[in-house]
Design a protein around this ligand. Structure first.
Ligand SMILES: Cc1cc2nc3c(=O)[nH]c(=O)nc-3n(C[C@H](O)[C@H](O)[C@H](O)COP(=O)(O)OP(=O)(O)OC[C@H]3O[C@@H](n4cnc5c(N)ncnc54)[C@H](O)[C@@H]3O)c2cc1C
Length: 357
């Protein structure tokens, strides 16, 4: 008899959504997260589609009303500047949210715990062993946890794929994003802006009254991908370094005050080829990663967590076989990846001279 029906590895939006949904289906759940919260993650600009999903997961309209909304973003490409709205219906324009991830992730884990999920934190999964039925997860400092089903929500480092030696296939040239925060000048307005040229794109978004988030992606091999660091004593020793390693904000934000660290992330498009197998599912970034221009990583994380929990419940209640749940989930992830990848490829192809992606 395993300790628990479902063990979730990782407490980001994908893992929390999986844990909440599994509890909503009546399953026993343990979630382990290696970091203490609140912890930093990027991804505050949320697609309007997250609203019904967050409500389904138990967040309240009151809690969501604390955060700023936006109905689209400015797009500046090749001298053209126009506002790109999300869309509208009879109730008015669709609105996204700006929710700091530290707040969102902590709230979702709190809801999971209130619903009866056991949240162990900080607790790092270090290895996995298959059992006759289910798996044993070995943790650093908290012993072993046995479970019927494992949901890997470990994010872009693909923990389960590495444990099982599963292929994670790149689908783009190597892409590195740099991102950070500067003090927000509220006179400058709140609408986010996506600016792109042949060498790079820059996303800026005021996430609250005080902070403006920026993410910059310089295309590999373009002149903007490298910069020279002068050496005043020995000019011939000037260094050429990849720009994603630079600890400086983009030129547009030179006159602003940086808040906190400038960080980098590998956002090369990639996919775990096997997203489901015998009683395991890979959700969120653990399943696939696209660069942030795809604009809805958090929504994808939430939806895949919910769907994996549903498949797990069908399996444990004997409504679907292991093969059926595996196939349904795999097809669902493949379709999402292929359709998001196509939208992103078309988008880049539409930006002149960037169509080489
Ligand atoms: C620069 C940048 C900007 C972005 N901007 C946006 C945006 O504006 N909007 C948007 O929707 N998306 C954005 N994204 C994408 C978004 O951040 C991700 O898609 C989202 O975080 C994926 O959620 P997740 O739950 O799958 O993974 P994560 O949020 O990465 O969570 C994974 C969790 O697993 C834990 N973990 C890992 N390994 C273990 C282990 N062995 N044991 C226990 N715990 C473990 C980690 O500590 C982490 O908390 C951005 C990404 C980047 C890099």
């Amino acid at each position: 008899m395993p300790d628990v029906q479902v063990v979730v590895i990782g407490g980001g939006p994908a893992g929390a959504a999986a844990a909440i949904s599994a509890r909503q289906y009546g399953l026993s759940v343990t979630l382990i997260e290696q970091q203490a919260f609140p912890r930093h993650r990027p991804g505050e600009s949320l697609h309007p589609g997250v609203e019904p999903v967050l409500l389904q997961l138990g967040l309240t309209p009151e809690w969501l009303s604390r955060f700023s909304r936006f109905s689209g973003h400015w797009q500046e490409v090749g001298g053209d500047r126009h506002f790109q709205p999300f869309g509208r219906d009879a109730a008015g324009p669709w609105q996204g949210f700006h929710i700091p991830r530290a707040a969102l992730d902590q709230k979702l884990l709190q809801v999971a715990a209130e619903l009866g999920a056991v949240v162990i934190q900080p607790c790092k999964a270090s290895a996995i062993s298959p059992l006759a039925n289910g798996y044993s997860i070995h943790t650093v400092a908290h012993g072993d946890i046995t479970a019927d089903i494992v949901i890997d929500a470990s994010g872009a480092r693909h923990w389960l794929s590495r444990q099982f030696n599963h292929a994670v296939t790149p689908y783009s040239q190597p892409l590195y994003a740099r991102y950070g925060y500067v003090k927000h000048d509220s006179q400058a307005g709140y609408a986010p802006c996506f600016k792109a040229d042949a060498n790079r794109w820059l996303w800026t978004a005021a996430i609250n009254n005080e902070q403006l988030h920026w993410t910059q992606l310089a295309f590999s091999g373009s002149p903007a991908d490298f910069t020279f660091i002068e050496n005043k004593v020995f000019p011939s020793k000037a260094k050429k370094i990849p720009i994603h390693l630079l600890k400086q904000p983009p030129v547009e934000l030179n006159n602003t005050q940086t808040i906190g660290a400038i960080r980098g992330a590998d956002v090369t498009w990639r996919k775990a080829e096997q997203c489901a197998g015998r009683a395991f599912f890979k959700v969120g970034d653990a399943g696939f990663v696209l660069d942030p221009a795809s604009s809805h990583g958090v929504l994808k994380a939430l939806m895949s967590g919910i769907y994996a929990a549903y498949m797990g419940s069908q399996l444990l209640q004997g409504r679907l076989s292991a093969e059926q749940t595996q196939e349904c989930y795999q097809v669902w992830m493949d379709e999402h990846f292929n359709s998001d990848k196509k939208v992103l490829s078309d988008f880049y192809a539409g930006l002149s001279a960037i169509g080489h992606l």
